[in-house]
Write a protein that binds this ligand. Structure first.
Ligand SMILES: Nc1ncnc2c1ncn2[C@@H]1O[C@H](COP(=O)(O)OP(=O)(O)O)[C@@H](O)[C@H]1O
Ligand SMILES: [Mg+2]
Length: 264
C-alpha cells in the first residue's frame, strides 16, 4: 500500500487548517478508510492534541472509536528542523494507511515546506475574506479586479511542486476551500467568488465551497470528536439542522477532493 498524501496548508494562522485536517481524518475513517496523521505544527499541535483528547474519550467509553495511526515527526529529529526526518516518517505512514493527512503550521517553516513537496493533494482553507485571499495573490479591486501577482505562499507552493516533480515526476492537485462561510454576507461572498475564479486559473488551483461558520466545527474538540462521529454526537443531544449541514459539507468535501482510492 502507498497511502495518498493530503497536506492541509496555508501560511496563515486561523484559516481552519487543523479543523479541516480533523474532519477529513475522522470523515475518512468513518467511511471505512485507514488513515495516518502527521502534525507538522510542532508549536500548536492542534491535530496532535485533538487525537490525545480522542484517545482519552475512547478509553472512557465501552464502544469502539476509530483512531488514525499517528506519526510523530519532531521526536525523530530533535536537533534539526525535522525536514530531513519527514521523508522517513512519511514512508512509514504511507505504508500503514490508505491516506496520510498532514497538518501544517501557519508560518513558513522548513518542515512545512518539505511537507508541501510530498502532497498528492494540497488543501488550502481560506476564510471568506480579502484579507485571507491576499495570502494567495496580490489583488486590486477597482472597477475591475486585477491580479498583481502571486504572493509568497503561492510561490512556495509552486517551488514545492517543482521539487516534487523532480523527485518522482508526481503531480499535486491544489484545492482551495472556503471556510467559515456566512449566509449573511452575500455581497462579499460574490466578490470572493469572482476573485477566486480569476485566481484559480492564474495560480493553478481549483476551489470548492468548504465549510460554513458553525459552532459544531469547534465544540467537540475537547472530546476529540467531530460531527462525523455520528453516534457519539447524536447521543449527546440529537442532530440539529446545522449538524446535518456540517456533515453534508464534510462529505461533499471528501467526495469533491476526488481522492484516487475513492474513484468508483
Ligand atoms: N467552519 C468553522 N466554523 C466555526 N469555527 C471554525 C471553523 N473553522 C475553524 N474554526 C475555528 O477557528 C479557529 C481557527 O481554526 P484552526 O483550524 O485552528 O485554524 P489553523 O489550524 O489554520 O490555525 C479555531 O478556534 C476553530 O475552532
Ligand atoms: Mg492549526
Amino acid at each position: 500500500m502507498q497511502g495518498h498524501v493530503v497536506v492541509v496548508g496555508n501560511e496563515k494562522g486561523g484559516s481552519g487548517k487543523s479543523t479541516t485536517a480533523m474532519h477529513l481524518a475522522v470523515g475518512l475513517m468513518r467511511a471505512g478508510h485507514s488513515v495516518a496523521v502527521i502534525d507538522t505544527d510542532i508549536r500548536q499541535g492542534s491535530l496532535r492534541r485533538f487525537l490525545e483528547n480522542r484517545r482519552d474519550y475512547a478509553r472512557s467509553i465501552t464502544g469502539h472509536v476509530p483512531m488514525p495511526d499517528y506519526f510523530e515527526v519532531a521526536a525523530m529529529d530533535a536537533v534539526g528542523d525535522g525536514a530531513d526526518a519527514l521523508s522517513g516518517v512519511l514512508a512509514a505512514a504511507r505504508a500503514a494507511a490508505g491516506v496520510v493527512i498532514i497538518d501544517t503550521p501557519g508560518s513558513a517553516t522548513a518542515l512545512s515546506e518539505a511537507a508541501h513537496s510530498f502532497a498528492d493533494t494540497l488543501v488550502t482553507p481560506l476564510n471568506d475574506s480579502f484579507v485571507d485571499l491576499d495570502v494567495l495573490a496580490r489583488v486590486e479591486v477597482g472597477d475591475a479586479m486585477t491580479v498583481k501577482g502571486p504572493s509568497q505562499y503561492a510561490e512556495m507552493v509552486w517551488k514545492q511542486k517543482i521539487v516534487r516533480a523532480r523527485r518522482d515526476g508526481g503531480n499535486m492537485d491544489w484545492v482551495v476551500i472556503r471556510n467559515r462561510l456566512s449566509p449573511l454576507d452575500s455581497r462579499n461572498h460574490q466578490e470572493m467568488e469572482k476573485a477566486l475564479s480569476q485566481l484559480a486559473q492564474r495560480i493553478g488551483f481549483r476551489f470548492l465551497p468548504g465549510f460554513g461558520e458553525r459552532v459544531i466545527y469547534r465544540e467537540l474538540f475537547l472530546a476529540g470528536l467531530t460531527i462525523m462521529d455520528i453516534r457519539e454526537t447524536a447521543d449527546a443531544g440529537g442532530l440539529s439542522m446545522s449538524h446535518l449541514a456540517a456533515r453534508q459539507e464534510v462529505r461533499a468535501l471528501i467526495s469533491d477532493l476526488r481522492l484516487p482510492f475513492l474513484a468508483a
